[in-house]
Design a protein around this ligand. Structure first.
Ligand code: GLN
Length: 276
């Protein structure tokens, strides 16, 4: 029979992951696990922990197993229908918040909202903003709706392909925004990076965008202007090698004040521009 300490040490997983799964299966938290590594689990619990460790070792993302991931200090429901929120994407939220006054019904659009993490974080920080989240996936929108409810965020969710679900060009309609944000798919089809970490189990449509990874960024950049008011901003997350390409797309689409910002690792991650 193995003790809690031995199960964690022999799991083959990073210690914090084994501890998290053990906590989830047994209710014994990390502090208790460290204080009592000699504790022996009842057989039924030990079997459950072993099965969870095996699933994780086989590549199932920890966030999908737990059904939850933290983003912007908030707990988000996640599952195989949505991309797992990344800490890097908090940069996109920060840049959006810098452009949304604390008061006033600023209209914000989040394209490809997925779990709703970006839209919910913005709505949470700016309760007066009017936030719309668009996604083509019904499965994603159902999770996003739950996340909005969980955090008391009043968000309008619309199913559709980027801007297609919205009224076109009419600045007095639901199609006009002060801020458009997006973390679209931006990895090139066949990129070996797709075999790394959690990516093989995440939705392909949330990750991959054509042979150069720019299909979605191109489509959004080309049509965003028609949906922005004068002075409005478009902020796009992209791959660490796509800063220059993204700037070119925004400049070609008539944006000014085009700039790229680095993520927490110092890599170019978000490019934005304004419509004058
Ligand atoms: N940032 C993610 C990754 O490279 C990709 C997310 C995306 O394609 N939008 O792991």
């Amino acid at each position: 029979m193995r003790s809690v300490g031995q199960i964690v040490a022999a799991s083959g997983l990073p210690r914090h992951e084994a501890q998290r799964l053990l906590e989830w299966a047994t209710g014994m938290d990390r502090v208790a696990q460290i204080a009592h590594p000699e504790r022996i689990l009842p057989n039924e619990q030990a079997t459950r922990v072993a099965a969870l460790i095996a699933r994780r070792l086989a590549g199932e993302p920890l966030a999908y197993m737990l059904g939850e991931r933290e983003f912007w200090g908030l707990a988000f429901k996640v599952g195989p229908a949505v991309l797992i929120p990344r800490a890097d994407t908090e940069l996109l939220v920060e840049l959006a918040l810098e452009r949304i006054p604390r008061e006033g019904a600023t209209r914000v659009l989040d394209l490809g909202t997925g779990s709703g993490a970006i839209a919910v974080a913005i709505a949470f920080e700016r309760p007066d903003a009017t936030v719309t989240g668009v996604d083509i996936s019904a499965g994603a929108l159902s999770i996003a709706t739950e996340n909005a409810a969980r955090h008391g965020a009043n968000i309008r969710f619309v199913q559709g392909n980027w801007f297609e679900a919205l009224a076109d060009g009419d600045l007095h309609s639901a199609g006009a925004f002060e801020i458009i944000v997006s973390n679209p798919p931006y990895i090139a089809d066949g990129d070996p990076h797709l075999l790394c970490g959690d990516l093989p189990r995440e939705p392909h449509s949330a990750l991959v965008a054509g042979i150069d990874g720019l299909t979605a960024l191109r489509a959004i950049a080309a049509r965003a202007k028609a949906h922005l008011v004068s002075g409005g901003w478009l902020l796009l997350e992209h791959g660490f090698e796509q800063g220059a390409a993204c700037s070119d797309l925004l400049l070609a689409a008539g944006f000014t004040a085009v700039q790229t910002w680095p993520d927490i690792a110092g890599l170019p991650r978000v490019t934005g521009g304004r419509i004058d």
